[in-house]
Design a protein. Structure first.
Length: 304
């Protein structure tokens, strides 16, 4: 499914004087879940809409398998999209909604049942849409996107409004779809969720790319913000020893614990050994994605 690659190249969208998306370039690979992250107003929705030919770019372009969405021969079989909480005719049942979409798109009728089963909505097939919870509406939206069995799935904030159980379900589904070789691009501001869900991350702020890479590459690129936690019954001696080490910043954290930034754990260990200081604990605490994200997007998250 190599033709499921998404390439965004120099994409720009100007709304009057707002640069919603600003010369943005990144790629999204098949067989992986890619988290598209950014603070509110970063330009995620605008980017996804340009990708799907719903908004015309001011400059640059976006392709799926080498072609613009508008040029795809059979877009509904190639790309499934869930852009907002699914809407459907309120009095229609879930299954009928999917049958109507199937008929309009020319998909075989039984795809409606299959897609409903895929999202676990079979028991609610004959209930009316107006009685569906937000979580059920999200599921129905995904079912509709999957009717054409697309290689590429694009979802804008799919976890919005879901309870923890619903979020876990969504995570398992998206991972399994990626494991089948599909391209899964998911926008979100739920960073902890992305850390568990995504293989790759594309982080934007104020319309611009901030970072792209695997989750661990992005974390590693921020490794300098990691801190070393060290516990010793000789905190005063260790503080003195570390003061001699350039770049070390030491913050006492009570109970014999020192938090050290600017140097790695082996450096702290060597300083302790040299000063004959006994250590009871020495660990590197990596920043979590929430902290990385806030640092990467600091100052750019202003409401625009
Ligand atoms: N149709 C429009 N007309 C004018 N400005 C717009 C339009 N659509 C989006 N914008 C502006 O473009 C910027 C990016 O918006 P966008 O919705 O793409 O961000 P987002 O990252 O999806 O944010 P959120 O997480 O809040 O949905 C914002 O400043 C927004 O106000």
């Amino acid at each position: 499914m190599a033709d499921g690659q998404i390439v965004v190249s120099g994409l720009t969208k100007l709304y009057k004087n707002v640069r919603a998306v600003d010369n943005l370039s990144f790629t999204v690979e098949p067989g992986r879940v890619t988290g598209f992250l950014g603070p509110n107003g970063a330009g995620k929705t605008t980017t996804l809409r340009m990708l799907l030919n719903l908004v015309k770019p001011t400059a640059g372009d976006a392709t799926i398998g080498g072609q613009r969405y508008a040029d795809l021969a059979d877009p509904l079989r190639r790309v499934g999209a869930v852009l907002e909480a699914s809407s459907a005719h309120k009095g229609r049942t879930g299954i009928n909604h999917l049958r109507v979409v199937c008929a309009a798109a020319g998909f075989p009728r039984q795809r409606a049942e299959e897609a409903l089963a895929l999202v676990g909505l079979t028991p609610a097939a004959k209930r009316k849409f107006k009685g569906y919870s937000l979580g059920m509406r999200q599921r129905l939206g995904i079912a509709a996107a999957m009717l054409g069995d697309p290689q590429v799935l694009i979802l804008d904030e799919p976890a919005n409004g879901l309870d923890p159980e619903g979020i876990r379900w969504m995570r398992d589904l998206l991972k399994s779809l990626a494991a089948q070789g599909r391209t899964v691009l998911v926008s979100s501001h739920l960073l902890s969720e992305m850390q568990q869900l995504a293989d790759d991350l594309v982080i934007i702020a104020a319309g611009k790319l901030v970072r792209q890479g695997t989750v661990s590459q992005v974390m590693d690129s921020m490794a300098h913000t990691a801190q070393v936690r060290v516990r010793t019954p000789q905190a005063t001696e260790l503080t003195e020893a570390l003061r001699a080490v350039e770049q070390a910043t030491i913050t006492p954290n009570g109970d014999g614990v020192l938090l050290v930034t600017g140097v790695d754990a082996p450096t702290v260990g060597r300083a302790a050994l040299k000063a004959s200081v006994e250590l009871h604990e020495l660990t590197t605490e990596r920043p979590d994605l929430e902290r990385v994200f806030l640092e990467l997007t600091a100052g750019k998250a202003a409401i625009r």
